[in-house]
Structures are given as structure tokens and as C-alpha cells.
Ligand binder design. Sequence first.
Ligand code: AHM
Ligand code: MG
Length: 335
Amino acid sequence: TYDYALDRDCTTLSRHILEQLQSFGPDAQDLSALMTRIGLAGKLIARRLSRADLVEGALGFTGDTNVQGEEVKKMDIYANEVFIAVFKQSGLVCQLASEEMEKPYYIPENCPIGRYALLYDPIDGSSNVDINLNVGSIFSIRQQTGEDPDQNGANLLQDGHQQLAAGYILYGPSVVLVYSIGKGVHAFTLDPSLGEFILSSESIQVPKHGPVYSVNEGNFWQWDEALRDFTRYVHRHEGYTARYSGALVGDFHRILLQGGVFIYPGTVEKPDGKLRLLYESAPLAFLLEQAGGAASTGKHPLLDVVPDYLHARTPLIIGSTEDVALVKSFIDERV
Ligand code: AHM
Ligand code: MG
């Protein structure tokens, strides 16, 4: 019969959330609606990426630099605006904060009832855009709480445990959306013929150990000696292999499924590394802890860190528990 195939094709994002929460109450309805909209953002971005070479003005730089001092790509701006457009008039989100905006974007008409804040990196791994390699979007949903008198995101400076939901969209050969609402980690694959994200892997668990170490070794001489010790160790031992794509979401996805460790350490130029806590590291740490892995700054569990600024960075060591512990052991030896 068709039952199995039809049932599988009906496990959309929104239905999955309602099932997970075993409720049709307001919170479940809200989270389900939020996730459906994030899915819509993902579809819009995927559509533009999939034919970017053919669309005038889709590729290349805008000529501006963002608050991080990085050159802005046209695709960064497009994707940033997609999220804003999708959440306007949603009644759900009062405040959006992203890598591409110095200050949060408020949607005042949503604020009386909008109970959530969305933090996101619209295009992660932008350097891959112009060469048609995988990129991603990362998102984190928090309760809209606290005061933000200067509208600079002061109310968002919370630790990572406060996240209600987190996830990412990977724009690869397939478009995959991975999310957690604190009840395991689940992956959905976009079926282009349906225009829907359909459940493809449920309750993903990261292996306790994996072969991959993923770090930009071009920065070797900018690292602390402890990380050089770790790298020398993996060079000298069998069973390790290096993978680094320049797009965190892709490298992270590999590790989630196959195990290993991703590292973006502090460097001489960037003592706190490159990755931003609130919309890059913390959402991925939330996911990985849900999948049975670990995330650390090298000094503290990553989810414990409270940033002092919306765009604050932290070093990131994330992956299988045994591999994160191995990196940590070299750090602890040098303390
Ligand atoms: P972006 O969000 O501005 O693209 O920056 C984040 C990206 C990550 O995806 C990736 O892991 C890292 O920057 C690569 O940086 P580097 O080239 O310094 O290794
Ligand atoms: Mg990024």
C-alpha cells in the first residue's frame, strides 16, 4: 500500500514540532509557525543560490564592510533581508539580530504580541558563494525578554542554555534543515518537487569519536602552543583525517553525522577567534549537546558563556565528546 510513503511525505517541519511537543497549545503552535517561516526563508535563499550565476546582481561584493569589518557580499544582504521579510507581520518575532546588522532590527507592530527573538547568520561561509560551494544559514530562537533601552541587543546577552530552539540550513547538493527544540536533533531535506522540508533523519546522535579534525591550519603559527600540540598529535597518529571547507555549517554537518571535531581557536590577530557566539557558535553548541556531543571555548562549556556584546566572539571547539576532550587535554596541560 501507499501508507508508509505517504506518511513519510507528510512529516513536514510543522507537523514534526507539534508531534514532538505532543500539544497543539499556543507554544507548540508558535514554534511550529516559527519553524515553517524559517523553512520558507531557507527555500527563498536556496532558490536564489541555485541559479545565482544566471541572476544579475546576485554574486559579488556590495563594496561595503559590515560591523565585523568584513566585506559584504550581495548574497549576505539578500539573505539578511529574506529573514526580515519572512518575519514581518508574523506576529511572532519582535526583534531580529544578525551578523549583517550592527543593531537588532525591531518590528514594532509585532512587539506587543511577538514573544520571540530571532538571532541568525544569513549566509555562513560567504566566501563559498561565488564559487558555487556549500554555504548555510544558522538560527537561534529565544524568548523575547528584558529591556533594550538603546536598542543594541542588551536583552539578548544571555547564555546559550536560554535558547528555545536552534538549527541551520545547509545549501548543498540537497538543501537540509537541521533543528532542535531541546528534544533531540532532527534533519529535514527539501523535496523540490513538493517545495517542502520532509523529515529525513530523526534523533541524530553524534558518534563518541570520529576521524575528522576540521581547523584552518593556515593559522598554525598564530595559535597557542596547546593547539599546535594537538595538531602534531593527530599528524603522528593513524586514524585522523583533515577536512575544512571554509563554511562552518558544512564542516559541522559532517561532524554531526560522522563524528570528529571542529576548531576555530583564538589567533594572534583574533584572540577570541572568528566565530560569533550568539548566532554561530551557541546555536551549533545547543544542537550538538542535544545530539550527545560537546562544545567548549577551551576554558568553559560554550553554552555557559554570556557575551558582553551582541557580536562577541569566542573560540570554538565542538564535536564528538572524546575528540573535544582530547583537544581540551592539550589545553589543560599547558595551563
Ligand atoms: P562568515 O559567516 O562571515 O562567512 O564567516 C564564518 C566562516 C565560517 O563559516 C568558517 O568556518 C570560517 O568563517 C572560515 O574562516 P577562515 O577562512 O578564517 O578559516
Ligand atoms: Mg558565519
